[in-house]
Design a binder for this molecule. Structure first.
Ligand code: MTE
Ligand code: CO
Length: 441
């Protein structure tokens, strides 16, 4: 399919204040699932007014209790864990979303994070056959098909090759998939939490291909996982040679089991499904394999019954993470509005934010590293006087593309698809600071 199915959202037409559609009013809610989504979001709401729970004995001018005793010795935590006061900062899943835990997903708590890097223990997980446990001793990577020399690498073989460090986002193609038919889930963890951003250490896939010697007629690779799902995807050879990695570290330490330990594929800017975990085989061929994950799944069913296939790129997208339904504003006056933006086609060049449902926009302040195919952090330092707000963010990328509205997307893509929903998200901030997932129609 051509690029007509990828609308560039120019500055939207005057978004005069229109009818609001609240979360749960759309598609799946109509099927009776709305209450379940509300439950999932409620469970994720922060305990109200935690600051009022202070122990007066610990407040100035007293010397606090914690200042009068020695703390834990250095050996207490050989592997450090977050403070017990951060127990709310966890991945969450939506119970009714999938039939089994082994073929399911949980979500990154985006509203609890800042900067651009996702901590390893909070990276969302998506498995089709459970999180496989592979001993590094048993790990082998095979390469066969259209090669001069079929090879088998051990983990140590891979680790001895020249390595690089790169920060990339991974977004599941199904991120925001529940929102195609209307506002659905109350929390950016659930609407946008199938994304994480990690610094990978790994070996360019190109080195392994060079060692095996790719035949002249080779055009595609098949990447195959060592999990019970044997999950496999076809990857164009050009992309493999350009920037793909065999990663064995994330944020400096070994990959976590759930993210593909000991080796996963890194496919920068392209849909998460192609980042095969527990990678066991690379087969070289002259055409794609039309595997299950690129025919019955990860294709985008259009209104006229045709499907877009091999829609690899994750287009530019952004979301305001604070305030959001799980992170209401509790304070009138100075507040930090913040969010994240990313593009599979390049870097983020600008993020606009509106607080009046699109009538007026202001440019957000970007802070922290701005990298290609990476999450970028933005802020609006905002003085809130308690008025109702309709907030949205809209990002621009280095190709000149502007994030479209959900309606612009629906016009060209219909509502049958689950995948590649990068439309602009709206949050309604009520006068009491509570926030709700809505759509302006
Ligand atoms: N690789 C294998 N072997 N098995 C899987 O189920 N899931 C894919 C991809 N790689 C999967 C896999 C999907 S759909 C996504 S979105 C990403 O892994 C998720 O990566 P993560 O669990 O590290 O977030
Ligand atoms: Co996925």
């Amino acid at each position: 399919m051509s690029d007509t199915s990828r609308p560039a959202g120019d500055a939207p037409p005057s978004l005069a204040r229109r009818k609001l559609l609240l979360a749960g009013a759309g598609g799946l809610a109509a099927a009776g699932l709305g209450t379940a989504s509300a439950r999932a979001a409620d469970a994720a709401k922060p305990a109200a007014a935690a600051t009022s729970a202070a122990n007066p004995k610990n407040l100035p001018p007293n010397v606090a209790e914690f200042s009068k005793v020695l703390g834990d010795g250095v050996a207490a935590h050989p592997y450090g864990k977050p403070s017990k006061f951060e127990a709310n900062v966890v991945r969450r899943d939506v119970e009714w979303l999938t039939a089994s835990r082994e073929s399911s997903v949980n979500f990154t708590p985006l509203h609890e994070l800042d900067g651009i890097i996702t901590p390893n223990g909070l990276c969302f997980e998506r498995h089709h056959g459970g999180a496989t446990e592979v001993s590094p001793h048993d790990y082998r990577l095979m390469i066969n098909g259209l090669v001069d020399k079929p090879l088998i690498f051990t983990l140590e073989d891979i680790k001895r090759m020249p390595r690089v460090n790169r920060v990339y986002f991974l977004e599941c193609a199904a991120n925001s998939g529940m929102e195609w038919r209307g506002a659905q889930l109350n929390g950016c963890q659930f609407t946008h939490g199938m994304v994480h951003n990690v610094m990978y250490t790994g070996v360019p896939l190109k080195y392994v291909l060079e060692e095996a010697g790719v035949k002249a007629n080779a055009k595609w690779l098949m990447l195959e996982g060592g999990d019970a799902a044997g999950m496999n995807r076809s990857l164009p050879l050009d992309k493999a040679l350009k920037d793909c990695l065999l990663a064995f570290r994330m944020n400096g330490e070994a990959l976590r089991q759930e993210n593909g330990y000991p080796v996963r594929a890194v496919i920068p800017g392209w849909e998460g499904n192609m980042w095969v975990k527990w990678l066991r085989r690379i087969k070289v061929g002259d055409q794609p394999w039309h595997a299950r994950e690129e025919t019955s799944k990860y294709t985008d069913l259009l209104e006229d019954g045709r499907s877009r296939r091999f829609t690899f790129f994750m287009d530019a997208k952004s979301v305001i993470t604070n305030p959001s339904p799980q992170a209401p504003w509790v304070h009138k006056g100075r507040n930090v509005l913040t969010g994240i933006a990313w593009s599979g086609r390049g870097s983020i060049t600008r993020v606009d934010v509106t607080v009046d449902g699109g009538k007026t926009w202001q440019q957000a302040r970007i802070d922290g590293p701005v990298l290609e195919q990476s999450i970028t952090r933005f802020y609006v330092d905002y003085d809130w006087n308690g008025q109702e707000l309709l907030i949205q963010s809209r990002c621009h990328d280095s190709t000149g593309y502007v994030q479209p509205t959900k309606d612009e997307l629906r016009k060209v893509r219909g509502v049958n698809s689950i995948y590649h929903n990068n439309g602009i998200q709206t949050w309604l901030v009520r006068t009491n600071g509570e926030v709700e997932n809505v759509e302006i129609t």
